[in-house]
Design a protein around this ligand. Structure first.
Ligand code: GLA
Length: 342
């Protein structure tokens, strides 16, 4: 980030007291207050109120991740016969857009219209930035509605063919207590299959049924119930860190993908998306170690439900395509809806 660049935090509120705070650095959702069953508001995402801790090497709290979220094997892909090399910032892989991904840039914000509850942020990624071809103009709009939903809408256009995968990386903890783990949260995932990974967390290409495995969340399960089962896939991810293949009907509208509930506070969140996949990551790399600034979050005190295209898609022609070409518009929407259980 350039010195003297101003960073802003914008606040969106709705008629029921729900409040979302969005920082222009990383177009990040840094705070999201929702009520529990007694109407008590608390922040349900891990994040910071100031910039300093975000500049320390923190794991993408609430950020908009791009140009390609998740992993690309060996940081390499071939597109239209040409081979591209990206920074290898995760073992030999490229992770979350490389060394200086979209989460580490200041996005410009259209000042919200008074009374409006939407914020549109934009970022122009230069041709060749982090090894990706083509100048890409990306927009993300956060919209808080009176039906207690926060929608996150992505749009992008490119000057040359390029892979694109824009993802929000919020860590949820619906208890509102960032010291508590999320192991007692109940999760439902509307997915019959997931993409198993190799030792480097790269999909093998198989779409494996979740039946009879700790990956079956078709009915609600407590996250901690099977997370430490002896299972080769769970050991690879140190817990859950996998992409689920969402069950879709072919609709263009966001479809239900996940329901997360904290039984103690009664807070519940439904996730709807246009995306084909979801990375459920159970915060296994959070280690509570000081980063040099601000507070830190401990092992499994937040979980991510990253609605996305499948990891390493540019190297898997059988996966839904992530290639955006000039003249096309990338459009994806994820909607988070907040309710309470009695
Ligand atoms: C994603 C990845 C994880 C990890 C986190 C950030 O969820 O799948 O393996 O890299 O981001 O720490």
């Amino acid at each position: 980030m350039r010195r003297n660049t101003l960073v802003h935090i914008y606040t969106l509120t709705n008629g029921h007291g729900i409040e979302a705070r969005i920082m222009t650095y990383g177009a990040a959702l840094v705070s999201l207050k929702t009520p529990d069953r007694n109407g008590k508001l608390a922040n349900v995402v891990l994040g910071f109120d100031s910039l300093d801790p975000c500049l320390a090497a923190v794991p993408y709290y609430g950020a908009t991740v791009g140009r390609y979220a998740n992993r690309i094997a060996n940081g390499r892909f071939t597109l239209d016969g040409k081979c591209y090399q990206l920074p290898q910032n995760n073992g030999t892989n490229s992770l979350h857009g490389g060394t200086l991904g979209f989460d580490k840039h200041v996005w410009s914000a259209d000042p919200p219209v008074p009374g409006s509850s939407a914020l549109r942020l934009s970022y122009v990624s230069a041709d060749g930035e982090e090894g990706y071809p083509g100048r890409l103009t990306a927009h993300v709009t956060y919209r808080l509605s009176d039906d207690d939903s926060l929608s996150i809408e992505y749009q992008a256009v490119t000057a040359a063919p390029t892979p694109v995968n824009l993802v929000n990386h919020a860590y949820f903890n619906l208890s509102g207590d960032p010291q508590a783990t999320v192991l007692d949260h109940l999760l439902t995932l509307r997915a019959e299959r997931f993409t198993p990974v190799d030792a480097a967390l790269i999909p093998t290409g198989e779409l494996r049924s979740v039946a009879d495995s700790p990956f079956d969340f078709r009915l609600p399960h407590v996250i901690g119930a099977r997370i430490d089962d002896s299972d080769a896939q769970l050991s690879r991810g140190n817990g859950y860190d996998h992409n689920w293949v969402l069950s879709k009907t072919g609709s263009q509208e966001p479809e239900l993908a996940a329901v997360l509930t904290d039984p103690r506070s009664g807070r519940s969140m439904e996730v709807r998306t246009t995306q084909p996949g979801m990375q459920f990551y159970s915060g296994n790399f959070l280690d509570g170690k000081p980063t040099g600034a601000g507070s830190v979050f401990a092992y499994r005190t937040g979980l991510c439900l990253e609605t996305q295209h499948f990891p390493d898609s540019p190297n898997h022609p059988a996966f839904p395509s992530t290639i955006l070409r000039p003249g096309q518009t990338y459009r994806e929407t994820t909607v988070l809806s907040f309710l309470v259980q009695p």
